[in-house]
Design a protein around this ligand. Structure first.
Ligand code: 8YV
Length: 325
């Protein structure tokens, strides 16, 4: 039997590409040519290749218009991400196209980056690094670059899913208290003593560090706005490793400038790789280039998840294990 054709939008780790090439007629993107931000180009390549599977990533233009125009032969979109806000799930459902993602395997790595940003923000690590590199460090001084310790502070996890819960576990090791805001309360074995809030006001007033882990999309757009920032304690911090669209950038910049928010750490941006220009001159914000899942181990495991999902439908003829929507 001929191998199913899978069109891959991004250059993936070598081990993943090798497995893809062994199991499928894989049309790889070895040049890492950024064509998949363009819906028309996706359509052209899917049609030209005759692909039954599309392996895509966050940022790829799979809106309702693109999905509505996909050729009949395309049966599955396997995204190399846990987030699916770049895919119009409703459009895929109505076209009968299966959508899968890569849960679990990136939770720890993404929580690590949230933790890194939390420490960078609290301990002014970015500022310190820039000072040393610029040759501006004149020596140790008792009042230089004093930050805030995380010990004894309260972490507020917005979105207590797999990533948020991994971060909570790490924070306990730093002797932080953990509060969370979620659609609903989770089971005690998942809660591990974390305090649940059923409203934003109580949650935001109780915490010293907000870490955001909510999905992107219309329902969460600019969740962290001027009103919610005003509900936070003066001197609190904000970390976002979820989606940039969930933050009102102008409002966060205003709060960072006034000092109401002492510091922030961001890994994701609305319209990335563009970064809202208001952040760039600020010393009290740490900016990372969407590193959440960027470990060798995690990226390999994400690739394995995609392969598992593609193979289930296209080779074994069964429902893939990680269907979304
Ligand atoms: C990915 C992510 O690295 O999984 C997600 O939703 O945001 C990241 O872990 C990236 O989006 C690649 O698709």
């Amino acid at each position: 039997m001929a191998k199913p054709t899978v069109l891959v939008t991004r250059h993936l780790p070598d081990g993943v590409e090798a497995r893809l090439a062994g199991m499928f007629d894989a049309r790889l993107n070895n040049a890492d040519e950024p064509w998949s931000g363009n819906g028309a180009e996706i359509l052209r390549r899917v049609a030209e290749s005759g692909a039954t599977g599309l392996l895509c990533a966050a940022g790829d233009a799979l809106n309702a218009q693109t999905i509505g125009a996909l050729p009949e032969h395309l049966r599955i979109i396997a995204t190399f991400s846990v987030g699916t806000d770049h895919i119009d799930l409703e459009a895929a459902r109505s076209r009968g196209i299966v959508v899968t993602n890569t849960p679990d395997v990136l939770s720890f790595a993404t929580a690590e980056i949230a933790f890194t940003l939390m420490l960078m923000a609290a301990r002014r690590a970015g500022e310190g690094e820039r000072l040393v590199r610029a040759g501006g460090w004149t020596g140790w001084a008792p009042t230089q670059l004093m930050g805030m310790t995380l010990e004894g502070k309260t972490l507020g996890v917005l979105g207590f899913g797999r990533i948020g819960r991994e971060l909570a576990q790490m924070a306990r090791g730093m002797r932080m208290a953990v509060h969370y805001r979620n659609r609903s309360r989770v089971a005690p074995e998942l809660e591990q003593g974390a305090v649940y809030h059923d409203n934003d006001e109580g949650f935001l007033a109780a915490i010293d560090v907000l870490s955001m882990h909510i999905p992107g999309g219309a329902a969460t757009a600019k969740w962290l706005n001027a009103e919610r920032l005003a509900l936070m304690k003066a001197g609190a911090m904000v970390v976002n490793t979820g989606r940039g669209t969930t933050v009102d950038d102008a409002a966060l910049v205003a709060a960072l400038r006034s000092g109401h928010i002492a510091a922030a750490g961001l890994d994701v941006y609305d319209g990335e790789p563009r970064v809202y220009s208001g952040y760039l001159p600020l010393e009290n914000v740490a900016l990372l280039p969407h590193l959440g899942s960027a470990t060798v181990e995690t990226r390999q495991a994400m690739g394995e998840r995609c392969i598992e999902n593609l193979a289930a439908l296209l080779i074994e003829g069964r429902t893939p294990p990680h269907c979304v929507g």
